[in-house]
Design a protein around this ligand. Structure first.
Ligand code: IMP
Length: 193
């Protein structure tokens, strides 16, 4: 059985990634390997952060490691919060605080276009590869739905009327940023045999 370490402490992210992986892959998270410290995210881009997290864990365990870094880029905020989406309203990464701050900054703003962008880094003994996925959409006037995680209750993908948090999880994975990055990752992963 192939082992893959998903370098995240975020249960929502782990669940989505695990649901998209073949059943034959044994998934581990850093805590399963006794790695309990916070993963470093000091980069200026999603790619730098994803690579930093995957490299960090790979150096500690030597196993194939994948890490996802995701940002919400809001047009009216010139792409913010972007790479700082987790720490947007402070270091706690509290989804309610982050969404409240976002709605405050967008109060009275008509142009609410935004996108989610995910970069997945895959680090093994053989080398490093990155895969990107993005989805366009807009920011709702108020949160709706209790599925998903993070900013999902505020994000309405293009062509839809409901937020990610109102959708079936499989539907979010099929059209979302992480699903698209995962499809690219899986093509590569399967090609490794
Ligand atoms: P990070 O990639 O773990 O640094 O996450 C960045 C921020 O975006 C965190 O506040 C996450 O909760 C949030 N986030 C990451 N992925 C998603 C998603 O798929 N939907 C909504 N919010 C997300």
């Amino acid at each position: 059985m192939k082992v893959l370490v998903i370098c995240t402490g975020n249960p929502g992210k782990r669940k989505e990634i695990e649901e998209m992986l073949p059943a034959a892959v044994r998934v581990l998270v850093p805590a399963d390997l006794g790695i309990r410290s916070e993963l470093p995210e000091t980069g200026a881009t999603l790619e730098e952060n994803a690579l930093e997290k995957a490299r960090h864990v790979h150096q500690l365990c030597g196993l194939p490691c994948m890490a996802d870094d995701t940002g919400l880029e809001v047009n009216a905020l010139n792409g913010r919060p972007g790479v700082y989406s987790a720490r947007y309203a402070g270091s706690a990464n509290d989804p309610v605080q982050n969404m409240t701050k976002l709605l405050g900054e967008l109060e009275g703003v008509q142009e609410r276009g935004a996108r989610f962008r995910t970069v997945i880094a895959f680090v093994t003994k053989e080398g490093e590869t990155c895969f990107e996925g993005r989805v366009e959409g807009h920011i709702a006037e108020k949160p709706a739905g209790d599925g998903g995680f993070g900013y999902d209750p505020l994000f309405i993908p293009e062509g839809r009327e409901e937020t990610f948090a109102q959708m079936d999880p499989a539907d979010k994975n099929a059209i979302g940023h992480r699903g698209k990055a995962m499809a690219r990752f899986l093509e590569h992963y399967r090609s490794l045999g």
